[in-house]
Design a protein around this ligand. Structure first.
Ligand code: SF4
Ligand code: FES
Length: 237
């Protein structure tokens, strides 16, 4: 028989013009259920005015990012057992460093626009190895890119918290991944609010649910920027 726990969800609430506050909901759960299941159950059976974002329920769309007991999580793949115990509390807040639209839902327009500006592709070619171990791109097959644009890395970033102008880990990692840096992208990332603003806290890599490792990618992007600048100083392309 499935294990039963009773837990308390403390949910951040804030409608436009309202002061932020928390509302508590007691819920019977199976600890193997996900945090998003609990939030959905609260919406379905206790409070239909609760606003939150979700879509795929299997860590692909990037819509369900929230702060759970102080840590950025993709709530559709975060088991309740991982964040609390029987009789415990699950505090659910919207992601940090994005404007709150309503309750747990945030406005991620700036992230999507910047990802587009640095040429981040949502789907990328599949790489394969031929019989001689040479790596090549498949011309026919595509796969979803590693970064699902969930925004968790930006929410966790202590530098993003200091200024909304900072491009942020996902965008800088997107530029690093997008292959060649065009002059326009180079101007964006080689700037005060680009790769040089990062303080190497690596909080981004800690919370990334998709193994993008944005912290490492920002360091690699810096190397790419320096190489390009040195080459251009000596008149090479
Ligand atoms: S880098 Fe990772 S945490 Fe950041 S948006 Fe992409 S998938 Fe999410
Ligand atoms: S609902 Fe799509 S990633 Fe969680």
């Amino acid at each position: 028989m499935a294990e039963k726990w009773q837990v308390t969800f403390e949910i951040y609430r804030q409608k436009q013009g309202e002061k932020a506050h928390f509302v508590r909901f007691s819920l019977d759960v199976n600890p193997e259920e996900y945090v998003l299941d609990g939030v959905e159950r609260i919406w379905a059976f206790k409070d239909r005015s609760l606003c939150f974002s979700h879509a795929c329920h299997h860590s692909t769309c990037g819509a369900c990012g929230m702060v759970v007991n102080g840590v950025e999580k993709l709530t559709c793949i975060t088991p309740i057992r991982e964040v609390t115990k029987n009789g415990g509390v699950i505090r659910v807040e919207p992601m940090r460093n994005f404007p709150v639209i309503s309750d747990l839902s945030v406005d991620m327009t700036s992230l999507f626009a910047r990802m587009e500006a640095v040429g981040h592709l949502a789907v990328v070619p599949v790489l394969y190895e031929d019989s001689k171990g040479r790596s090549a791109e498949s011309e026919e097959m595509l796969r979803l890119s590693d970064c699902i644009e969930c925004g968790l890395c930006i929410s966790a970033c202590p530098i993003a918290a200091t200024t909304p102008a900072y491009l942020g880990p996902a965008v800088l990692a997107g530029a690093q991944q997008s292959g060649q840096l065009t002059p326009c992208v180079l101007e964006m990332v080689d700037s005060e609010d680009g790769a040089w603003r990062c303080h190497s806290a690596y909080e981004c890599s800690e919370v990334c649910p998709s193994h993008v490792d944005p912290g490492w990618r920002i360091m690699d992007l810096r190397k790419k920027i320096i190489t390009l600048r040195v080459r251009s100083f000596f008149g090479k392309k």
